[in-house]
Design a protein around this ligand. Structure first.
Ligand code: CDP
Ligand code: MG
Length: 135
């Protein structure tokens, strides 16, 4: 069975959207396998976003992600990776359709409420980073 990592980012936690977001994943049939509320360390975030290191948005992104508690979760289900990405919506704020988490709640491409792993390989790498205790 496929597993993926989703993270309610600090703005999503501050706005009280953890329950709303988890409900959407569960309604779609995904199962919650592990979850925690943490303030991620810079070390964890630098590893998590290492492919974005050269991007102009990298520094603000790391600052934003370390600005408060996040809700990290491991979700399991058939096609879990793709389904979470579909429910999350497009990265660019102007392309995130209504009915998706970003489409309904985000008004900025950087401060966009939710993260989802983009492939099965990324999911494995990210779950190992955020939930080493599951290994
Ligand atoms: O999160 P997702 O996989 O949809 O997008 P990404 O391209 O992997 O980018 C990671 C994160 O960087 C996004 O979720 C945004 O928070 C941020 N980002 C940004 O601030 N500006 C961009 N032009 C692209 C991404
Ligand atoms: Mg990504």
């Amino acid at each position: 069975m496929e597993t993926t990592l989703a993270i309610v980012k600090p703005d999503g936690v501050k706005r009280g959207l953890i329950g709303e977001i988890l409900k959407r994943y569960e309604n779609k049939g995904l199962r919650l396998k592990a979850a925690k509320v943490i303030v991620p360390t810079l070390e964890l975030l630098e590893k998590h976003y290492e492919e974005h290191k050269s991007k102009p948005y990298y520094k603000p992104l790391i600052q934003y992600m370390s600005s408060g508690p996040v809700f990290a979760m491991v979700l399991e289900g058939e096609n879990a990776v793709k389904i979470v990405r579909l429910l999350n919506g497009a990265t660019k704020v102007e392309e995130a359709l209504p009915g998706t988490i970003r489409g309904d709640f985000a008004s900025s491409t950087t401060f966009n409420i939710i993260h989802g792993s983009d492939s099965i390989e990324s999911a494995k790498r990210e779950i190992a980073l955020w939930f080493p205790e599951l290994a």
